[in-house]
Design a binder for this molecule. Structure first.
Ligand SMILES: N[C@@H](CCC(=O)N[C@@H](CS)C(=O)NCC(=O)O)C(=O)O
Length: 234
């Protein structure tokens, strides 16, 4: 049975806007769907924040959603929780919804080479090192998946005319496409441009650029990814 949300009691705990790709997913989803929440930012203070984050997160990771006396962890767990309480998390059309479930879970459980070789760093532009075969396959899969969703469900969002969770899950990849100049095909690039222009993505980007924190491990991952051609951060 559907549980009614209690207005304004959500607290979403996230980390640095510049680096934290998993944080972006529920933050963007809630902003895009106008679900009110209080923000709590826990910046990365070290290469490993597990012990400190365990004070509020059972996995020692962000994002975490606090709803009254409940703690919901993992970006997919948070999304499923919100979907029980709010309209619009998933596409209304059954075929688009089935496709969006699969595409969202694919993002959640795959794309390891993309995550490790093209770390999210919103404010920076990079000429990447030559892509490994695994990364090439994953970029080709992104192009295929986005083109399929846009063609089947009519766009401009991945699974239809409304922004849904599948867009939120691929949103960090849009920042990666821009940072590393990845070729995701014409249709894929149209979606990337569309989501980068979303007011909530622009808000996240503004906050990322204003951050003065630099976390050594994330910066080292970036340096390993290629040569930095621009850095727009404060
Ligand atoms: N599967 C988790 C992954 C969460 C995750 O990896 N979070 C990273 C931040 S983007 C984290 O908290 N890392 C802790 C650290 O860097 O010490 C989810 O979907 O929420």
């Amino acid at each position: 049975m559907r549980e009614e949300p209690t207005a304004m009691r959500y607290v979403l705990i996230t980390a640095n806007r510049n680096y934290s790709s998993w944080s972006l997913r529920p933050w963007l989803l809630m902003k895009a769907l106008d679900i009110p929440f209080a923000e709590r930012l826990e910046p990365f203070a070290a290469a490993d924040n597990h012990a400190a984050f365990r004070a509020f997160s059972p996995t020692g990771q962000v994002p975490v959603l606090i709803d009254g006396d409940r703690t919901i962890w993992d970006s997919l767990g948070i999304t499923l929780y919100l979907a029980e309480r709010h309209d619009g998390v998933w596409p209304a059309d059954a075929e688009a919804r089935a496709w969006a479930y699969a595409a969202t879970c694919e993002m959640h459980g795959s794309f390891g080479a993309l995550r490790s070789d093209c770390t999210m760093n919103v404010g920076v532009r990079v000429t990447p090192r030559p892509a490994s075969p695994a990364l090439q396959r994953q970029i080709a899969r992104l192009a295929e998946l986005w083109a399929e969703g846009l063609a089947r469900f009519g766009g401009p969002w991945i699974a239809g005319d409304a922004f849904t969770a599948v867009d939120a899950f691929y949103a960090p990849v849009a920042f990666r496409v821009r940072t590393y100049g990845l070729d995701v095909g014409t249709a894929g690039q149209a979606w990337v441009d569309h989501i980068l222009a979303h007011p909530a993505m622009r808000e996240w980007e503004r906050m990322a650029l204003a951050e003065t924190w630099r976390e050594a491990e994330h910066e080292a991952e970036l340096a390993a990814a290629g040569s930095i051609t621009a850095d727009y951060r404060t």
